[in-house]
Design a binder for this molecule. Structure first.
Ligand SMILES: Cc1cc2nc3c(=O)[nH]c(=O)nc-3n(C[C@H](O)[C@H](O)[C@H](O)COP(=O)(O)OP(=O)(O)OC[C@H]3O[C@@H](n4cnc5c(N)ncnc54)[C@H](O)[C@@H]3O)c2cc1C
Length: 427
């Protein structure tokens, strides 16, 4: 049964999405006399900031996912349903899922975001983004498969195409992916493939703008580019992509790069569910919300995380885990206010800065009052990820993988294990 028990008269709160924002909202309502239903298409919570490490064979996929039901154990007023949310009927206060409908008194919409290929349909067809665990595994397998193919390819032009990896997008995700990919190739695969000439390998980072990491101060942007180049990444600024056919990427300036792999980290947009709701969309197709995170005209509906367009002091807040956690927490606080007859409060974002990993011993960070680069932010970022990752087993596994990788200069998860849903034949 997807709907709630009709005999249960407690207010029903439906939360769409068991990501950072949705889970934080649920946890914030612990102990309240309400029934909460969390809906997610997956049965796990994903720690997206470390997807690039799965994609580059550094850590195993199950290190950064955690079963949602296990996370909710011990919270009596919440239940979980794995299902796809298809639509919301706001006039009838009903959520429509692939498995039935649920009514709600309060609704928290936190479905996150997805890769934005803008209107470049050829790119969507031939490249892959890095937004979910399946994509991270596909990227890892693709890189390893192409090295195997290249090892037996006699045509040098074809081989170079196989060994050229283009990452598009100079934001944190693109920078981290390009840096880790270059390290995988030049420190580990170079030992696995003695038959290949590694001069033929290329990792190219294309950024349409003037600098990498646009949210960072200019000095750190330059430091990041220099550190990546030192690690063997070719950084091309003002390198906007015009087209890609799976074999060659064409830049808007006419330059053509032969590459069999294009990894798209150039944009995200709010989940497509948001567009369907009719609340209007702002930048990155996010839904505009009031300062209380409620939807204008629908005080019973809150939006949090990547799906919400929240105005901050210096413009719209970025789509980050920090914003998702803080906004999810605030939504819970405001729902409690409403339940207890109080007025909801405006959300105030606490900016804790931002950091990006470039590779071993290299990171840049904009912290309140200081810009840092090099070893210290690298260590700091590892510590933050370790502390923020869900589950003790996952943390130990992460630490073990990192220590092994660090001490042995290795990226240990170099197996192309693939799932096979079709192996299970339903009777
Ligand atoms: C590669 C990468 C690196 C990143 N690095 C950082 C970083 O270093 N620091 C940082 O602060 N942020 C980082 N981010 C951003 C951060 O991960 C996101 O901002 C954050 O996950 C947003 O949280 P959320 O709860 O809004 O959405 P999500 O965490 O995406 O959760 C949304 C949930 O909703 C579910 N869902 C979506 N649609 C439906 C539907 N129709 N039906 C059912 N379920 C649905 C999804 O399955 C998902 O579980 C990174 C993101 C990526 C992709």
């Amino acid at each position: 049964m997807i709907g709630a028990d009709a005999t249960d008269k407690r207010p029903h709160i439906v939360i769409i999405g068991a990501g950072f924002a949705g889970l934080k909202a649920a946890k914030g309502l612990k102990g309240e006399k309400v029934k909460i239903t969390i809906l997610d298409r997956n049965n796990y919570h994903l720690f997206q900031p470390l997807l690039y490490q799965v994609a580059t064979a550094t850590i195993a996929p199950d290190t950064i996912v955690y079963p949602t039901r296990a996370l909710l154990r011990g919270q009596k007023n919440v239940r979980f349903r794995q299902t796809e949310v298809i639509d919301i009927d706001v006039s009838k206060q009903r959520v429509i899922t692939a498995d039935g409908e649920l009514s709600y008194q309060y609704l928290v919409i936190a479905p996150g975001s997805e890769t934005n290929f803008f209107s470049l349909s050829a790119l969507a067809e031939h490249s892959v983004g890095l937004k979910n665990i399946d994509q991270a595994i596909v990227i890892r397998n693709r890189v390893l498969d192409l090295f195997e193919l290249a090892a037996r390819e006699s045509d040098p032009a074809k081989r170079r195409g196989m060994l050229t990896f283009v990452v598009v997008g100079g934001g944190p995700a693109g920078v981290e992916l390009a840096g880790a990919l270059s390290e995988l190739i030049h420190t580990v695969l170079v030992k696995d493939y003695p038959e290949l000439n590694f001069v033929e390998t290329r990792v190219v980072l294309l950024e349409a703008g003037q600098g990498l990491l646009p949210a960072m101060p200019e000095k750190l942007q330059r430091d990041a580019a220099a550190a990546l180049r030192q690690k063997g990444v070719e950084v091309i600024l003002r390198g906007a992509v015009a087209d890609y056919d799976g074999e060659a990427v064409t830049l808007k300036n006419g330059e053509v790069l032969l590459c069999r792999t294009l990894l798209w980290a150039a944009g995200v947009r709010a989940s497509k569910l948001i567009e369907k709701l009719g609340f209007g969309t702002a930048g990155q197709k996010r839904a505009p919300v009031a300062s209380t995170l409620q939807v204008e005209g629908h005080p019973e509906i809150f939006i949090a995380g990547d799906a919400a367009h929240i105005e901050g002091k210096k413009g719209p807040l970025p789509m980050t885990a920090v914003v998702a956690l803080q906004s999810g927490s605030h939504v819970a606080r405001n729902i409690k206010h409403l339940l207890h007859g109080r007025k909801p409060e405006p959300f105030r974002f606490r900016d804790l800065g931002s950091m990006a990993m470039i590779g071993r011993h290299a990171a840049v960070g904009r912290l309140p009052g200081a810009n840092i680069r090099g070893f210290i932010p690298w260590l700091l970022l590892l510590a933050v990820h370790l502390l923020k990752l869900t589950g003790i087993r996952n943390r130990l596994s992460l630490l073990g993988n990192w220590l092994w990788g660090y001490l042995c200069n290795d990226k240990p998860v170099r197996t192309t294990i693939r799932g096979c849903d079709s192996c299970w034949k339903e009777e």
